[in-house]
Design a protein around this ligand. Structure first.
Ligand SMILES: NC(=O)c1ccc[n+]([C@@H]2O[C@H](COP(=O)([O-])OP(=O)(O)OC[C@H]3O[C@@H](n4cnc5c(N)ncnc54)[C@H](O)[C@@H]3O)[C@@H](O)[C@H]2O)c1
Length: 366
């Protein structure tokens, strides 16, 4: 793709004499996740974090202590008025839309933490606004930049894996309870974005059983069932009410099976050469026998880089060149659409909600 006019200043990188535009970024929200984003952007080449913005005095104090060279302010207007190119939004979900909209209207590139917005209507407006302003809109679906997920995607796409039968994803722990969103909006964006990415498709229907055990009306446990167009079935279990931390995705294919365990330190991905073969033809029921294959278990070497570093770099690349990261605004909209359908299913006691093709964005991009 041709580099586009970005409006960002050009600077020499100092090493090979190559020139690339210098990008100035403000990070909004310095709670649990914001510091991770500041740390990453702060150490990337030809990038300056000019401002950290947080409403809470205690968080501003923590930011000033950790990053004394960065301006720390309470008002986002101070950052938008300064000579910045982009904002990174790491605030609670209900604030994503107003902050992102304001920044896009001022001609800034925008990175928003997951999920993109609190509703489909908001996400549609943001995507359209970013298009109109010719600015990058990206959402923090961090796992799309995780080398282990990339490896899983490669394995599943390989002919040796065969057709995907079903996927089982589990993301549970004790807490962290969120004050204003249910467990689906908090945890499921990760699994939904990973599943769509590795299956290279979007579900056609979804149904959810869940419960709000601890606080009224805020579901803390949910079991999601999704059907994909090629017949694959997916189950996603998310919970804030579990004794231990589990983050695991199992993909069962016709010829192989693969397990991605994010908690595992070294062997994050394992391929099981296991399966069931059905004989081509048997003349009587008595002769019918399945044959089980128990082959090797292989754990491929994964060259590891922190996913957040890759994600931040992809945002900067998109600003500089106009390239589209896998978690662009459209991808953010797809996930918000799924989350809304899941809430609808919950309200209807677990009924299946069809995701009609016309409900899906025309330029689906995962
Ligand atoms: N990608 C990931 O793996 C990942 C992990 C954790 C959280 N997140 C996402 O990051 C976002 C923030 O989550 P968190 O856990 O850090 O929340 P948090 O509540 O710990 O922090 C949010 C911070 O934003 C500040 N804030 C709120 N409104 C503001 C405003 N209008 N202007 C400036 N500051 C404001 C609050 O004072 C607080 O310090 C959420 O969207 C969440 O889903 C992503």
């Amino acid at each position: 793709m041709e580099p586009r006019a970005t409006g960002v200043a050009t600077a020499t990188d100092g090493s090979a004499g190559r020139e690339q535009p210098h990008v100035r970024v403000a990070v909004i929200g310095y709670g649990y996740w914001g510091p991770q984003l500041v740390r990453n952007f702060d150490r990337l080449r030809d990038t300056t974090v000019t401002h950290i913005v947080d409403l809470a005095p205690a968080r501003r104090e923590a930011a000033s202590e950790a990053f004394p060279h960065i301006n720390v302010v309470a008002d986002v207007e101070l950052a938008l008025d300064a000579d910045i190119d982009a904002i990174v939004v790491a605030t609670p979900i209900r604030t994503h839309y107003p902050l992102a909209r304001k920044a896009l209207e001022r001609g800034k590139h925008v990175f928003v933490e997951k999920p993109l917005t609190a509703s489909v209507a908001e996400a549609v407006k943001l995507v359209a606004l970013a298009e109109r302003m010719e600015r990058t809109l990206m959402v923090g679906h961090t796992f799309l930049y995780n080398p282990a997920v990339e490896e899983l995607r490669r394995i599943v796409a390989d002919e040796a894996f065969g057709r995907v039968y079903h996927v089982d994803a589990i993301r549970v722990n004790l807490g962290l309870f969120q004050p204003d969103i249910n467990v689906l909006w908090d945890l499921a964006p990760h699994d939904l974005s990973i599943l769509n990415y590795i299956l290279d498709a979007e579900p056609v229907s979804v149904s959810v059983q869940g419960e709000a055990f601890v606080r009224p009306n805020i579901h803390d446990v949910a079991h999601v069932m999704m059907r994909y167009p090629n017949g694959a079935l997916a189950h996603v279990h998310v919970s804030w009410l579990h004794p231990s931390k589990v983050r695991r995705i199992t993909v069962v294919g016709e010829k192989q099976m693969a397990v991605y365990d994010d908690v595992e330190a070294t062997e994050k991905v394992r391929i099981f050469n296991r399966g069931v073969d059905v004989p081509d033809y048997t003349s009587t029921f008595g002769e019918f026998q399945l044959s089980y294959r128990y082959g090797d278990i292989v754990s491929p070497h994964i060259h590891w880089t922190e996913p957040l570093t890759i994600e931040c770099q992809r945002f900067l690349d998109a600003i500089r060149t106009g390239s589209r990261p896998p978690s662009d605004g459209q991808n953010g909209l797809q996930i918000v659409r799924l989350l809304e359908a899941m809430d609808e299913s919950l309200r209807m006691g677990g009924a299946s909600v069809a995701l009609e093709p016309e409900d899906q964005p025309a330029e689906a991009h995962v």
